[in-house]
Ligand binder design. Structure first.
Ligand SMILES: [Zn+2]
Length: 661
């Protein structure tokens, strides 16, 4: 293999928030067998930097476009758009907001069929719709089996599944804050205890039934069905169980003892004048009739198929494993109402289903480029990273328990990647022995959340921000609630910006153009002069005017007038810390996982040169022999990772590989 040779295919596999040091430690210990193999066969980037802000939407857009945030436009989780009230913007999950070409669009433009699954911000399709027409044969059909790769003259076909949020069955497009909708219903809980968010239940006398009415909260479409579970405590073996039926139906749905999950259940539901089959599971968390204790967890109610182009592309999903749960128990774990084991069981279900989606498409559809994103590691870190850190969790036994859960989530990812690679070896459209490039990446690292910076108070203390009588709350996320705009000169915007309330630009602007620089300087001085009372430290690691932020890729309408970053002691799990920021304890830091593997890649090598997430799409395109996405700012690193005769050990930083046949 030489640099001139191209790969037939490429798989771009994203693991949201996978921390390279932690992933690598588990892989090298043999706990992630697929990761261990990829490390042994591939080139691992020692220092892969995400872009700033170190956020999900921003960096999946960067990976997909090869572009800086200023170029692709997703400059925040909720990117500011002209005319938005400062700090009140919609989330950055809409593909139509991305002002750069995606890598799959570049591939399709060059004639390569591409598949994209659950990539945040990839929905809706921006290409001309590809319908299930004669040139897009049904999965598994003879036509699909017999097809060769598309020629360069005609565009390739794009298959797109999900991408409107961070999980299948989730929708965040056009929604403010962190709001989301789910395909059919969010998770729900029933309890005889007083628990936040749970519906109250009283256990009746033995043998009597009690009814639990399901709700369809946070549903994208209105569900018009009325569904009630009729429940009865029964004796089973040594102990009690609960028999669940649909009210009015003879056959029971499930019979569960305490701690047991039901099988996957299916409900016909009335949605948009038609019937949609909702999938869900029950977990009887606790049952003790003598103590009057009953706690039931009902998963999200999910659609089998939802956002797909072409429609029906997944075919029959009945054999899929797991459950496409969008919430993975996030809310309930955050409230302390499910345990960590239940959460890991839920991430396992979501990951298994997503792996089946991928394996089905890889086998049934022609493809040269395949892109997918898995989210479970990020969900785990947001909820549990403090449990892994000795500063916040001094008890070593508790830390070990959560480390086992962390490893279990990475193992779910590893198994899914293994399933993808197995399915990719038997594609419908290319011979089985053609080489594929595998790129395994994360969008950012993680670390336990720190104390929040009281940015609103800092600006108020400098006389730049005024609140109304109710005061509002000081949210680092820039929530504008309670701000008296007529007396406010500057306000927090999103994750890492301050915006001057400029007349003629902001909807409620009061600062005349002549006063702009003065207000901005006062705000920057207030931020730099501030000291955290507990530590005496200035929480900001960077405070610069917008114009100076262009050097690290932030420019355009979405960027605030001041750009700041926060030291790790004061930052969220990720987002507000600079990409280079690391902390030795526990391998935490913002750096991204980045590994390339495939025939011809120098096995077991480490890329010591700086790599950024902007380089991933150009590298994938280089491997496939197509032009990089039109606005890509990064560069291909392929030349430096392929075996090349004459290249010495000292140049490549790894021992020359044995002949790999
Ligand atoms: Zn992320």
């Amino acid at each position: 293999m030489t640099a001139q040779s191209r790969f037939e295919k490429a798989l771009l596999i994203g693991l949201d928030s996978a921390v390279p040091g932690r992933w690598r430690r588990y892989a090298e210990a043999g706990l992630l067998p697929v990761g261990q193999r990829l490390l042994a066969e591939g080139a691992f980037a020692a220092e892969c930097l995400p872009t700033f802000p170190t956020l999900t939407t921003t960096n999946w857009a960067t990976i997909a476009t090869g572009a800086r945030p200023g170029t692709h436009g997703i400059t925040d989780f909720n990117p500011h758009r002209p005319g938005d009230v400062i700090g009140a913007s919609l989330q950055g999950f809409d593909a139509r907001d991305v002002t750069a070409e995606f890598v799959w669009e570049a591939a399709v433009r060059a004639g390569l069929d591409s598949i994209v699954v659950n990539w945040p911000g990839s929905w809706p399709p921006r290409q001309a719709p590809v319908s299930a027409s004669p040139d897009a044969p049904a999965p598994g059909s003879a036509a699909a089996e017999g097809e060769g790769p598309a020629g360069a003259a005609a565009p390739g076909r794009l298959t797109l599944v999900g991408g409107a949020g961070i999980e299948l069955n989730e929708w965040r497009i056009g929604l403010p804050g962190m709001e989301r909708r789910v395909a059919l219903a969010a998770e729900q809980r029933f309890s005889t205890r007083a628990e936040p968010g749970a519906m109250g239940v009283t256990l009746p006398l033995a043998g009597e039934t009690f009814d639990l009415r399901l709700t369809f909260r946070d549903s994208y479409d209105e569900v018009r069905s009325d569904v009630t579970l009729a429940c009865r405590v029964v004796a089973r073996g040594d102990g009690p169980a609960v028999r669940f039926s649909l009210l009015g139906a003879a056959a029971p749905l499930a019979e569960l003892a305490g701690g047991e999950w039901s099988e996957r259940l299916e409900l016909p539901l009335s949605v948009n004048g038609g019937t949609v089959h909702g999938l869900f599971r029950l977990k009887l968390q606790d049952l003790d009739p003598a103590a009057g204790l009953f706690r039931l967890y009902v998963t999200d109610i999910c659609r089998r198929t939802w956002l797909e182009q072409p429609a029906g592309v997944l075919g029959d999903t009945a054999r899929f494993s797991g459950l496409p749960t969008p919430g993975v128990g996030w809310d309930s774990l955050g409230l302390g109402c499910i345990d960590i084991d239940t959460f890991v069981e839920l991430t396992g279900m979501a990951t298994a289903w997503l792996a089946d989606v991928c394996a089905t498409l890889l086998r049934a559809r022609p493809w040269r480029l395949f892109c997918v994103h898995f989210h479970a590691v990020d969900s785990f870190y947001h909820l549990c990273s403090a449990k892994l850190d000795e500063r916040t969790t001094p008890d070593p036994a508790e830390r070990r328990r959560y480390e086992a859960a962390e490893c279990a989530v990475y193992r779910q990812m590893d198994e899914a990647v293994g399933r993808l690679l197995a399915a990719a070896d038997t594609p419908a459209d290319t011979p089985a022995d053609t080489p594929a490039l595998v790129a395994l990446v994360s969008d950012h690292g993680a670390k336990p959340a720190g104390a929040r910076v009281p940015l609103r108070d800092i600006l108020a203390g400098a006389g730049l921000l005024a609140t109304g009588d109710d005061g509002g709350s000081d949210l680092a996320g820039g929530d504008p609630v309670g701000i008296a705009w007529e007396r406010t000169l500057a306000a927090p915007q999103g994750s890492c910006y301050v915006r001057v309330n400029l007349a003629g630009r902001e909807p409620q602007g009061v600062v005349p153009a002549i006063g702009f620089e003065d207000v901005r300087m006062r705000a920057m001085r207030a931020m730099l002069d501030y000291r955290d009372p507990a530590t005496g430290l200035c929480p900001f690691s960077l405070v610069v005017p917008k114009e100076e932020a262009a050097v690290f890729g932030l420019h355009g309408d979405g960027v605030g007038d001041i750009v700041y970053a926060v030291r790790e002691q004061f930052a969220d799990e990720h987002g507000q810390m600079l990409p280079e920021d690391t902390r030795a304890v526990g391998d935490w830091g913002m750096r991204s996982l980045c590994l390339f593997s495939g025939a011809g890649i120098r096995p077991g090598s480490v890329i010591e040169d700086p790599v950024t997430l902007m380089d991933v799409a150009p590298t994938v395109c280089d491997a496939l022999g197509v032009w990089a996405p039109l606005q890509a700012d990064g560069r291909s690193v392929l030349e430096s990772i392929v075996d090349r005769p004459g290249l010495t050990e000292s140049v490549c930083g790894a021992t020359p590989p044995a002949d790999r046949g």
